[in-house]
Design a protein around this ligand. Sequence first.
Ligand code: 5GP
Ligand code: ZN
Length: 115
Amino acid sequence: MSECIFCNIINKELPSSVVFENDKVLGFKDIDPSAKVHLLFIHKNHSENVNDMVRTDATQVSDVYQAIEQYTAGNSLAADGFRVVTNIGKHGRQDVFHTHFHVLGGEKLTGNLGN
Ligand code: 5GP
Ligand code: ZN
């Protein structure tokens, strides 16, 4: 087992509800959803946050966004709209230090982006 829970989810050592997978990216349901649809998209290569990801290999950001585009284009999310959020560090309220992109939708979200 890795110390990183999302690496364990990638390796299938921890269970998750997978909605998308290719050789680089995994998309799965958030365990504690904040909207009717709340998914997490992660790269299979570990990085701590999106700034760390960009410094390590910026193409990983497009790998994840291409996966989000492919997934959402195949269902009502793209037609109805959705939100992509990535939290960084303490003030960003990041709890899991494997870069992840929240995909939120399935209903009209609140206008609150911060406090
Ligand atoms: P953060 O606050 O780091 O941006 O978001 C972490 C997200 O991961 C939270 O929305 C939380 O519900 C989700 N999460 C934490 N542990 C697990 C887990 O073991 N499985 C799944 N599917 N989601 C998790
Ligand atoms: Zn990890």
